[in-house]
Design a protein around this ligand. Structure first.
Ligand code: ARG
Ligand code: ZN
Length: 881
């Protein structure tokens, strides 16, 4: 009987407090694959060991959608009476102690549209086979104790037709290869490092590769290879460079060297997420691996560098030290995102990188934390773990690590990390282990940071200052308020590291001396607010200062600072921290949005501040571009008591047009100068200049002036790189009409055979701010170059549509109905993709009554469908709860 024939039972939630060490562990695994897209056979020999403390626990192995062909225990074939099979796996009740279990199963990779387990990328004739196991995909390959705290040594034999599958890859080091009869061949791989099953991977197919070498600080010569399909192999060099930079950086910053003789990366167009850190065999969504100036934007180049680094860094934070259970997911993801962020900061501009990361946090994580899908960085329970690969686990998790690093200082953090690796190498660890290592290495107790992992919601930080001219003292009161939606029982005050400086009206920073201290120490200091409230008293302050708080955005809180528009203008002009200059600009813009752009003092402060920034020839052009950018629509929308997309749109339009008008002459001059200098280069300062140039173009086109449109057309025609051609295309499409049609057609003709560029072409159209965009999207799905079973195509159209105020949130509800129908259709193909899209409805309660009712009824319709994946059901249930 096949497990897939059994009807899937409704899932029960998994609770953190139910955690128990595994009753059965696997020491060694030998796998043999007879690979074929239609039918693959997997032979598994497991050396199992029972925990003596759990002597009566039956042997249970996870397994889903596996056809069992053969099973034996310690060499004796089992009859169906000796075991039980259900939709979740295999139970062998009489197994005891140390046993050897052998199973042979059959799976069907080409029918696997969920892209979990072993699946086919591309067409039946020309595609290749690959795996995705995190979080629980390995159980779709063979029967196994598929949980992260079971670490085993793997030996993997791959057999396949040589012509069809010339390249055969798995984890670890290669261990022989050879010919077989009938045009088949084999390759064996041995991974010496014990690992959890979610890190298993194999790849088989017709792939080309580029090769390089890296010598580790320990003297190991590592062969680096990046594999891609032939038409993409020319676009792998940037990834290879990024990989070598990452390897060097992890040695220099964390003392971590690579530990195998080969490091392989494979690119695929069919991938649900970004990339995967399988031991020695990373698998990437092509979107985050391939880069080329003609087809990728500067932002794409930056993403490739970041994701290559991220997956590489997982080798220590995730693979060598893994997670005890999936509740600890942020232990590897938050920590690795933090490491990735620091790497990118070191490779480029630190304050720019910080601004981008804060933008992402505010846009994605704050929104998640304010709605019904809010969860703690370490949740207490889940229904479907795949729905927890979220901005909270990743980005807020990284912010917690950053707070720890800020609080401990650079050397203290490094000491802590060294102890963490020394203690837990080869283990499956917990968040508590992490905090204990960081604390012990610094002889301090960091256990109060656990509250950051346990509390959902965004805390608020308020600051009120009082200057006393007679004593030349400045009293700064800092206080925190926990988020109102607090879910966890734990509502103790959080430790909030506040990096701060004080600025005098002339723009000088004050040397900081607290009352009672003998001497000032520096102009920037970190104070940890670990109570509800505290007051800092600074002495020798010669004029009323402007506080610059949360410098470098030192804690993931919502700032509620009592500062005037003029104070913000001072920070925008004079703060030495680029991130705080940007936060000051954002605060001014947010105030104007709140006031419906009707607040003369703030308007003057913002306009003067931005004009001064434009006149400052020393300012980094990329920082200037950020200063000139409005907060994301979704962040501004959150300001309203009830979100009305028409109001959001009108206010943002007014704000944008004001900036465009007031700065018009400067923007025009700057655009023309930058545009005359454009070389289309990858390196150095070029991306920063392009960023400013394209923000200027955006402003020039915001009022549909001929001056702007002519420049956009000209830039589109003469662009030397994708960044410029795409930026121009966005402006043209927004303006609409014949030039937009023409540009879209030209762009498509130019890039018709490049899947990643076509994704951009789809996304640009789905982003067009117009109610009719809904019809456009519908028409685009009918095209031959759109594929419902390709996550990148689906995200390009539907993630973009979900952010479109005009189309998704159409007042007649057509956007919600259409989107809901597409989610339903996708659920039958790829539940994870459907669940991610459905999360777009999460803010439904925040909308004005009419749209709220429309969204609710669409969610209700979906949840009543007779067949729903556990993934989608989980999102719908939580959204409606
Ligand atoms: N660990 C991967 C990363 O680098 C993400 C894998 C996500 N997989 C999933 N099925 N949700 O972040
Ligand atoms: Zn990761």
């Amino acid at each position: 009987m096949s497990a897939s024939e059994l009807t899937a039972a409704q899932r029960a939630p998994v609770y953190l407090h139910d955690y128990r060490a595994p009753a059965w562990s696997v020491r060694n695994v030998a796998l043999e694959f007879d690979l074929d897209a239609a039918q693959t056979e997997v032979l598994a020999e497991l050396e199992l060991q029972q925990d003596p403390a759990q002597a009566d626990a039956a042997l249970f192995l996870h397994g889903e959608a596996l056809e069992l062909l053969e099973i034996s225990l310690d060499g004796c074939e089992l009859s169906p009476a000796d075991y039980q099979l259900d939709a979740n796996g295999l139970t062998v009740p009489h197994a005891r102690g140390n046993v050897r279990l052998r199973t042979r199963v059959r799976i069907a990779p080409e029918l696997n549209t969920a892209l979990q387990g072993l699946y086919l990328s591309g067409s039946h004739e020309a595609g290749f086979l690959l795996t995705q196991c995190e979080a629980e995909g390995f159980r779709r390959i063979t029967f196994f104790t598929d949980r992260p705290d079971v670490l085993a040594r793997y030996s993997v034999m791959l057999r396949a037709d040589r012509a069809r599958y010339p390249v055969l890859l798995a984890n670890g080091n290669p261990d022989g290869a050879g010919e077989l009869p009938d045009g088949r061949h084999w390759a064996r791989w041995l991974d010496p490092h014990p690992k959890p099953s979610y890190l298993f991977a194999l790849v088989a197919g017709k792939l080309e590769h580029i090769e390089d070498h890296y010598r580790t600080s320990e003297g190991r010569d590592v062969c680096l290879r990046i594999y891609a399909e032939a038409n993409a192999i020319a676009q792998c060099d940037h990834a290879m460079r990024s990989l070598k930079h990452s390897m060097r950086w992890d040695e220099e910053k964390f003392g971590r060297a690579y530990d195998l003789d080969v490091f392989n990366i494979v690119a695929t167009h069919d991938f649900t997420m970004g990339a995967m850190e399988n031991k020695g065999l990373n698998i990437f969504n092509a979107k985050y691996l391939l880069a080329n100036m003609q087809t990728s934007t500067d932002a794409d180049f930056a993403h490739v560098e970041a994701v290559v680094a991220h997956e590489y860094f997982h080798n220590w934070t995730g693979n060598r030290v893994t997670c005890r259970d999936w509740f600890q997911l942020s232990l590897k993801e938050g920590l690795t995102v933090y490491r990735e962020q620091e790497f990118c900061a070191d490779m480029g501009s630190r304050s720019l990188k910080r601004i981008e990361d804060v933008q992402t946090l505010w846009r994605a994580q704050f929104a998640e934390d304010a709605g019904p899908l809010a969860h703690a960085v370490r949740p207490e329970h889940y229904l479907e773990i795949n729905n927890f690969y979220t901005a909270t686990i990743y980005e807020k998790g990284a912010e917690i690590v950053r707070m720890l690093a800020v609080a401990l200082g650079r050397d203290g953090f490094r000491r802590g990390m060294d102890l963490y690796f020394a203690r837990h190498d080869g283990q499956a660890a917990t968040v508590e282990d992490f905090l204990a290592a960081l604390g012990d290495a610094n002889k301090t107790d960091l256990s109060n940071y656990l509250s950051w992992y346990r509390q959902a919601g965004t805390p608020r930080l308020s600051a009120n200052g009082r200057y006393d001219a007679a004593t030349r003292t400045y009293h700064l009161q800092l206080s925190q308020q926990v988020a109102s939606i607090l879910l966890a029982a734990d509502n103790s005050p959080l430790p909030i590291p506040v990096a701060l400086s004080l600025y005098l009206p002339n723009g000088d920073a004050v040397p900081l001396r607290l009352a009672g201290e003998v001497a000032a120490s520096g102009i920037e200091r970190v104070f940890v607010l670990d109570r509800d409230s505290m007051t800092l008293v600074f002495e020798d302050v010669f004029a009323p200062p402007v506080p610059s708080l949360l410098r470098g955005y030192s804690a993931p809180v919502l700032p509620q600072f009592d500062v005037s528009a003029d104070d913000l203008a001072l920070l925008l002009r004079a703060d030495s921290d680029g991130c705080n200059r940007w936060m000051a600009a954002q605060a001014l813009m947010t105030r104007l949005f709140d006031a419906d752009v009707n607040d003369a003092t703030t308007l003057v402060a913002m306009n003067d501040g931005l004009a001064a920034a434009m006149d400052d020839a020393t300012l980094d052009p990329a920082l200037l571009a950020q200063l000139l950018s409005l907060p994301a629509d979704s962040i501004l929308a959150e300001r309203l008591a009830e979100i009305d997309p028409d109001v959001v749109h009108a206010r943002i339009g007014a704000l944008e047009k004001n900036i465009a008008m007031v700065l018009h002459a400067r923007v025009l001059a700057r655009y023309d100068a930058l545009s005359a200098d454009e070389t289309g280069a990858v390196e150095a300062r070029a991306p920063a200049r392009r960023r400013l140039k394209n923000r200027c173009l955006d402003l020039l086109c915001s009022r549909n002036d001929a001056a702007g449109i002519v420049r956009a057309l000209n830039q589109f025609e003469n662009a030397r790189c994708m960044t410029d051609s795409l930026a121009a295309l966005v402006c043209l499409v927004r303006a609409g009409g014949e030039p937009a049609e023409h540009a879209l057609a030209a762009f498509h003709a130019r890039h018709a055979d490049d899947a990643l560029v076509l994704d951009k072409w789809f996304a640009v159209q789905a982003a067009r701010p117009h109610a009719d965009t809904l019809d456009t999207v519908q028409a685009l799905t009918e095209r031959a170059d759109f594929r419902w079973n390709n996550p990148n195509k689906v995200y390009a159209l539907f993630m973009t549509l979900a952010r479109n105020l005009h189309a998704f949130h159409r007042a007649d509800g057509a956007g919600y109905a259409y989107f809901g129908a597409c989610v339903q259709r996708l659920d039958a193909i790829n539940p994870q993709v459907a669940a991610r899209l459905a999360a777009s409805f999460k803010e439904w309660r925040r909308y004005e009554p009419h749209r709220r009712a429309l969204m609710q009824s669409e969610l209700q319709r979906l949840i009543e469908l007779p067949t729903l994946s556990p993934d989608l059901r989980d999102i719908l249930q939580r959204a409606l709860a």
